[in-house]
Design a protein around this ligand. Structure first.
Ligand code: GAL
Ligand code: MG
Length: 987
């Protein structure tokens, strides 16, 4: 007989969202459950209706088969579907995993209700037990439960089969921008309850201490037994008992419609002096709810963490407990470089701990409900969560949003998310999904969510069809993506703003990116109506891959990477690396952390922009210190003063943080007497955690606000000869040596300083079109032609022309012997055609062995003109190899902004020192720009023995043009004349 589940062809039936599946609920059954995780028998069929009967291998559950030992590998596509079939159809070639294992049903489960829970399976799950059909479920990112009570026999063995179909009608609404996989991605459990059980518990806890607990009670035997009741207590047996809602009970008994099959019980409490929950002080209470039989014995128990808090929108402000909080968010996928999709609890915890240490306070679960543990951790560690439903029909957005065949699926996905996550204080907003146009299906889902949970706002980016003030039902928040900052500010100032403006995605973190983040935050903090946004995104989704056989390393790859770099023989794979014909390349590598969670430099920028303590200005009477938090004082912080003197090292002094409430400021005395000499002076407050916290051990750095106390003395630059000076030939005599081409000869330089206008294009440069322009102009291959070499006293002036396809740049260098070395005065004249180049500056290469860089300037981490707010000025020191950020697709990397001088030295203390006329952008790496450009992956780079040193008179900002706005005009390199000077000395 044909299997009825297969006969339904549920993979091409969008109306069928489930069959035989239990309603979603918020009762946590993990405690006491039997884990079915581990090795399952496994077969990969070519299509869902292909016969099972081949050879069984094994597969790990949870885990996608695309990362295990099968021929079906991951594929990365952003928008395009991986096949041409129109919704709701699937391709004939449709990998289908059949997972099977034995279940030993404990004998003492006799008389109990037995439930199978499959944490998540993508994209269609069919369940059989002993060959009998049990159920169907869709939604690759939510659990499905099936009642097996009548299908299994306690004390006996049963065989459970989970068939997972990869492509389906549902894939068309799971077209999110990440890797396509197939398999079971979250844990599988088997648990038993009393037939009389809590089917759902809903907790509402308000900031005034009002607590309401609504319980749904069922009995699998049928009618509920006489006399059942529910009790509850907060914070353990000696805590606060909850009272029955007598008014509700009275109305229930009078109401003829109350059935003996659907039990509802309500509990109430008012918690005196409640400690409210917010992301800064995530106070949680423990709630225990018990379901009793008539004789008082306990039939079922449900435990919850409760956070008392309110979310509301008042005018155009989103308020948490009455406070207009800034949303410093990030978009987070469930991702891991070894498993693809499955994230272990410890990994999720590590994600959140890292985010917290870098000043983030919010997460958007892009673009589907994340693993349930994520929300527990967000409650505990303190994050505001925008919980997003698993709906993205990107490639067919327009067709699906109004297609009634998909109506069930929209409502099903939103409602099941709400039912699952409703009790988490961290969840402050529901999101209807992502990039699915806007249609009636959205409004249907919005209607359900509003009625069911009036305590939280809704958002949906696609709803703003008629602008951000559109009064559509699907979005209470104006949540655009990658909106130009000036548009956001203009909207907030327009007088027409009706909703809080919190960008659901902004500052695209692909490669070396996130320029202008500081400008964004300056505007957000200064403009009422703007409340923040969610950076795109947390991870670079590089999959650890063996270079030899091209396969994902899988779980066996643990430890095969360090500090963002894959071990020899491995690399971080991105789109196209698994032989996919259609793919979207490195667009999958757009996170603020590298695939192994190593923070990219932008994380430090973010941390500083989120600083809870600020040093805002310096007045004669002292320093102004302020508390920039919303809810707490500074008592969780410790601090130390540091004074960095350009010419005198760094002094430290203990700091006492004043007792400041949120928003308050205090004037504190200057902690140091400024020494009369020492040049530029910078004062830093190094702020750390004062005690161990759940997310940071004591002394973890929190921020380093900084003020300049004294300027540098003005540098006198040699009066340069105009570029048009006539050519004069002189013999190569004296202490400056140049070769026949006018190139400096120097014992420590393996390549003389020449002009550079180009950088290895960043992803932003490539996707924003700048790199193409630079190539068209010929900036990547300028041809240098010496024009003149002239000696004047001890100095030598070399004029050269650098010819590109679209223009010629005249460049003059004057080398003047100074005490201990050479001063180099340079000038370049860019034609008007070169109106947006990557850089104007010098590049040279050193001999090998100079492996340590010490510098006075911004650092220690990488910084660029439009991403330098988080890199304090000071004396820094790093090995040259540690300066470089291993972005997945090699590109411009390792820059340091605002460098005043640097020393490159060998272990025997020989080396060179460079002093710059002004704070300049400097980079010291092992790679020429063309080396970086030629490589597609980091492992292809062959480090040079010497250093490639760039020092730039001007360097273009990074912006975010790979997806979103470019840098601001003020960070562009202007055409015309650029002058810079530096001194080179040998140690
Ligand atoms: C957005 C989208 C994200 C991602 C991002 C670019 O349009 O919502 O899923 O594709 O752009 O990385
Ligand atoms: Mg998309």
């Amino acid at each position: 007989m044909r299997d009825p589940l297969l006969a339904l062809r549920p993979w091409e039936a969008p109306e069928v969202t489930s069959w035989g599946r239990l309603p979603m609920n918020a009762v946590d059954r993990r405690e006491g459950a039997h884990s079915l995780d581990g090795e399952w028998r496994f077969q990969l069929l070519p299509a869902p209706d292909a016969p099972v009967g081949g050879v069984w291998s094994t597969a790990t559950v949870p885990g996608v088969w695309t990362m295990q030992d099968t021929a079906d590998l991951p594929q990365y596509l952003n928008i395009r579907m991986p096949y041409t079939e129109f919704p709701p159809l699937s391709p004939a070639d449709n990998p289908t995993g059949v997972y099977e294992r034995d279940l030993d049903i404990p004998a003492d489960w006799a008389g109990r209700r037995i439930v199978l829970q499959v944490g998540a399976a993508e994209s269609v799950l069919l369940v059989h037990v002993d060959g009998r059909p049990v159920g169907i479920s869709k939604d690759s990112h939510l659990a499905a439960e099936f009642d097996l009570t009548d299908l299994v026999c306690p004390g006996a063995r049963a065989v459970v089969r989970l068939t997972v179909v990869k492509w389906s009608d549902a894939s068309h609404i799971e077209d999110q921008d990440h890797w396509w996989h197939g398999g079971i991605t979250r844990s599988v459990l088997l648990y038993a309850t009393d037939p009389l059980h809590l089917a759902d518990v809903r907790v509402e806890a308000r900031r005034d201490g009002d607590l309401r607990v609504d319980c749904q009670v069922r009995d699998t035997g049928g009618a509920l037994p006489e006399g059942w009741y529910v009790s509850g207590e907060l914070d353990g047996p000696h805590g606060l008992p909850l009272a029955r809602d007598t008014e509700f009970d009275r109305l229930n008994t009078q109401d003829e419609r109350v059935s003996a099959f659907l039990g509802e019980a309500r509990l109430r409490a008012r918690v005196p002096g409640v400690r409210t929950w917010n992301a800064e002080t995530p106070e949680l209470y423990d709630l225990t709810v018990r379901l009793h039989r008539g004789d008082g014995t306990v039939a079922d128990t449900s435990r919850h963490h409760v956070g008392f808090r309110d979310v509301e929108i008042v005018d155009r402000d989103l308020l948490i407990n009455g406070e207009r909080v800034f949303v410093r968010g990030v978009n987070r996928h469930d991702f891991h470089p070894l498993t693809g999709r499955t994230v272990a609890y410890d990994d999720m915890r590590a994600d959140l701990v890292l985010l917290k240490r870098f000043g983030f306070n919010a997460i958007r679960t892009a673009h589907y409900p994340n693993d349930p543990a994520l929300y527990d951790l967000a409650d505990e560690i303190g994050f505001y969560v925008v919980d997003e439903a698993d709906i993205e029909s990107h490639d067919h957005a327009h067709e699906i949003a109004d297609d009634p065949r998909y109506l069930n699926a929209f409502v099903d996905r939103v409602s099941r998310m709400v039912l699952r996550d409703k009790n988490h204080p961290s969840v402050i907003i529901w999101s209807l999904g992502n990039e699915s146009d806007y249609g009636a299906n959205h409004d249907a889902a919005a209607g359900w969510a509003r009625r069911h949970d009036p305590t939280r706002p809704l958002q949906y980016e696609g709803a703003a069809k008629r602008g951000w003030a559109d009064p559509d039902v699907a979005s209470d928040i104006a949540c655009p993506m990658y909106a130009p900052l000036e548009d956001c500010v203009a909207h907030a100032l327009s007088g027409r703003q009706t909703k809080p403006l919190i960008q659901c995605e902004y500052s695209h973190a692909m490669g070396n990116s996130n320029g202008t983040l500081a400008d964004h935050w300056a505007a957000i903090e200064a403009t009422p109506g703007l409340q923040g946004g969610f950076i795109w995104e947390f991870w670079d989704h590089g999959i650890l891959q063996s270079v030899t056989d091209g396969r994902p390393a899988g779980r066996g790859g643990a430890g095969l990477y360090d500090s963002g770099v894959a071990a020899p023989g491995y690399r971080w794979a991105y789109g196209g690396d698994f032989g996919e014909q259609d793919h979207d390349g490195a667009f999958i590598a757009d996170g603020v952390v590298l695939p192994d969670r190593t923070p990219k430099p932008v994380m430090y920028e973010h941390r500083e922009l989120a600083a809870p303590v600020r040093l805002d200005c310096f007045r004669h009477e002292g320093l102004v210190l302020s508390n920039h938090q919303h809810f707490r004082g500074l008592d969780w912080l410790a601090a130390e003063w540091e004074l960095a003197l350009a010419d005198g090292g760094t002094l430290t002094a203990p700091a006492v943080l004043p007792d400041l409430r949120p928003g308050e400021t205090a004037v504190v005395p200057l902690p140091f007497e400024l020494p009369p000499d020492g040049g530029e002076a910078w004062l830093t407050l190094r702020v750390t955690t004062a005690e161990d916290l759940p997310w940071a051990p004591r002394s973890t750095e929190v921020c380093t606000p900084q003020l300049r106390l004294r300027d540098a003395e003005a540098v006198t630059r040699a009066v340069a000869d105009p570029l048009s000076e006539p050519v004069a030939e002189t013999a190569a005599k004296g202490s400056v040596e140049v070769d026949a081409d006018g190139l400096l000869v120097h014992p420590l330089l393996s390549a003389a300083p020449t002009l550079s206008l180009w950088r290895a294009p960043t992803d932003n440069d490539e996707l924003g079109g700048m790199a193409l322009r630079w190539r068209t102009w010929g900036l990547d291959a300028l041809v240098r032609k010496p024009v003149s070499v002239r000696r004047d006293g001890g100095s030598v002036t070399v004029v050269a022309e650098y010819a590109g396809a679209a223009g010629v740049v005249r460049h003059r260098q004057t080398f003047t012997p100074v005490e201990g070395g050479l001063r180099i005065d340079e000038e370049a004249e860019l034609p008007d055609a070169f109106d947006d180049v990557a850089r104007v500056g010098s590049v040279f290469e050193t001999v090998g062995g100079l492996d340590l860089l010490e510098w006075f300037g911004q650092g220690p981490w990488e910084s660029y003109p439009d991403r330098s707010a988080g890199a304090p000025v000071g004396h820094h020191c790093l090995p040259v190899d540690a300066l470089f950020t291993p972005y997945l697709r090699p590109q411009e990397s390792g820059g340091r902004h605002g460098v005043r001088r640097f020393t490159l030295s060998a272990s025997d203390a020989t080396g060179l020192t460079v002093s710059l006329d002004e704070p300049r952008q400097v980079s010291v790496t092992r790679h020429r720009a063309e080396d970086l450009t030629a490589a597609a992956h980091h492992d292809e780079l062959v480090p040079r023995a010497g250093c490639v040193v760039h020092l730039d008179a001007a360097h273009r900002g990074l912006g975010t043009a790979s997806c979103g706005p470019d840098t601001f005009p003020s960070y562009l390199v202007a055409p015309g004349r650029h002058r810079w000077s530096w001194t080179l000395r040998v140690l």
